[in-house]
Ligand binder design. Structure first.
Ligand code: EPU
Length: 442
């Protein structure tokens, strides 16, 4: 066993922040667009790719499939001419659920794909039945054996057939998998009750830039007319609305005026509405810049997570942290994932007054949180703990940083740029006196 201790984020709270933050490309767009390069028989030039562990893991998986990828700064050059593998190894897929989405483009391009079931993760069981059902409707023979999904397109053409697909739930991943699969299918596909998230639209636009025929992305009905092949593309990933929302909450929780740029304001409607309902002002300075002008008397508001354009589940933990310091009582309800409340116990260790009733958190605002050693349970939970630490009295030590590094592009450095007192403790000397926490099993 390695005796290298994992890094810890030390935050000294109650320091006012100020300035502007540059928002990176969207994690969930970048990941699925990277799987989308499997559809292309030529070169893909992808800009504004965030620096994240999840992107590194996705690059590792695509390289395993035979793609050649080079990174220069925030740009990735992907040569997708030759796919040499149609099976993904479990060690790689289990690191990153989004890699399962590769099953759609692999099947569309090669007529065969073997991808292990990703399994559950910290926030829920996360089945892939909707992906599998849709691929079957497009003519694939799919069976699951020893934890691996085996999919084959019968017939000599090896092309999937267009189909009319209804999703029981507007799953982001299933919409993306099936939309990618349909781009190279024979005939027309309609996806009803499709996810409308901006990342689905970014993927659709990326595929269209390669020559795919897709209409309706961003609505609940997406229509795709299959084409035989797709061509080279130069694409820039949309700004990350969840990173943007996290910085707006950083402004709100520290009562600091912060500008975020670049953003697509329409992607943040629900988040902005809830901040305004609390009493904060969100000012749009130009096309793609937002500024929070915080109130010093934030009111508690209720939140329920929903598929887009509803309030995003990926902002639930950060808002829950914000509500712990608001005036009055609020209810935060998680409806998308069944187990996405593990940050509650850690926030309570910082003095928050929260009662958990299933997937409802009943919060009574307190005047102050107090810094404490806390443990991250998943990506957005780790962001919530950082935000709470920024507002808490004294020092907060956030552990489990691998979660944060999976999905936030240098969050600590960006916060430092706003004046936060936040630093990574990494050396044995720095870590010597830090209690090593373990997340309690449930
Ligand atoms: N679901 C099914 N069957 C399926 C697919 C989904 O029952 O075949 C259920 C899930 O179990 C879940 C719900 O549907 O309860 C929503 O899942 P969805 O498929 O929409 O989520 P996803 O595609 O797995 C993406 C993001 C998540 C984000 C969700 C919801 C990526 C790589 N991940 O996941 O991002 O929370 O959409 O918006 O795009 C994050 O960034 O922190 C994150 C978890």
């Amino acid at each position: 066993m390695s005796d290298v201790l994992p890094p810890v984020l030390e935050i000294v709270g109650r320091i006012p922040l100020q300035g502007e933050v540059r928002i990176s490309g969207a994690k969930n767009s970048a990941l699925v667009i990277l799987t989308g390069t499997l559809l292309c028989g030529e070169d893909c030039h992808i800009r504004n790719v965030p620096r994240l562990m999840d992107v590194e893991s996705m690059m590792e998986i695509l390289t395993f499939f035979g793609l050649k990828i080079q990174r220069q700064g925030d740009t990735l050059d992907v040569d997708a001419r030759h796919i040499t593998q149609s099976s993904a190894p479990y060690e790689l897929v289990s690191k990153l659920r989004a890699s399962f989405f590769a099953i759609g483009p692999l099947l569309a391009r090669l007529g065969v794909a073997r991808v292990p079931l990703p399994g559950g993760c910290a926030i829920g069981a996360r089945p892939v039945d909707l992906h599998v059902r849709g691929l079957r409707e497009m003519g694939a023979h799919v069976h699951i054996e020893h934890g691996v999904v085996h999919a084959v397109v019968p017939g000599s053409s090896r092309r999937l057939k267009g189909a009319k697909i209804y999703l029981d739930f507007p799953s982001v991943g299933a919409t993306e998998t099936l939309m990618m699969a349909a781009t190279l299918a024979e005939g027309d596909t309609t996806i009803e009750n499709a996810a409308q998230e901006p990342e689905v639209v970014d993927l659709a636009n990326f595929c269209r830039a390669m020559g795919a025929k897709i209409r309706g992305a961003g609505t609940n009905t997406i229509q795709i007319v299959g084409v035989p092949r797709l061509h080279a593309v130069d694409w820039s990933i949309v700004p990350d609305r969840i990173e943007a929302g996290t910085f707006l909450v950083a402004g709100a929780i520290t009562q600091s005026e912060i500008s975020i740029f670049p953003v697509v304001p329409d992607h943040l409607t629900a988040v902005v509405a809830k901040l305004e309902e609390m009493g904060h002002r969100i000012v749009q300075d130009g096309l793609n810049r937002l500024r929070i002008v915080p109130t010093d008397c934030p009111q508690a508001v209720d939140i329920e997570t929903l598929p887009f354009p509803g309030f995003p589940t990926d902002m639930q933990a950060q808002f829950l942290a914000l509500m712990t310091l608001a005036e009055g009582n609020s209810v935060v309800t998680e409806t998308v994932f069944e187990n996405r409340m593990r940050h509650v116990a850690e926030l309570k260790r910082m003095g928050a007054n929260i009662r958990l009733r299933g997937n409802n958190a009943l919060i009574s605002g307190v005047p102050l949180l107090s810094g404490a050693p806390v443990m991250s349970s998943d990506l957005r939970a780790s962001a919530a703990l950082v935000l709470a630490g920024l507002a808490a009295e004294g020092k907060t030590l956030v552990q489990g940083l691998h979660h944060l590094d999976r999905g936030y592009d240098r969050l600590d450095r960006k916060l430092q740029g706003l004046g936060a007192q936040i630093r990574r403790l990494e050396t044995p000397e720095e870590l010597a006196h830090i209690p090593q926490l373990a997340l309690k099993e449930i």
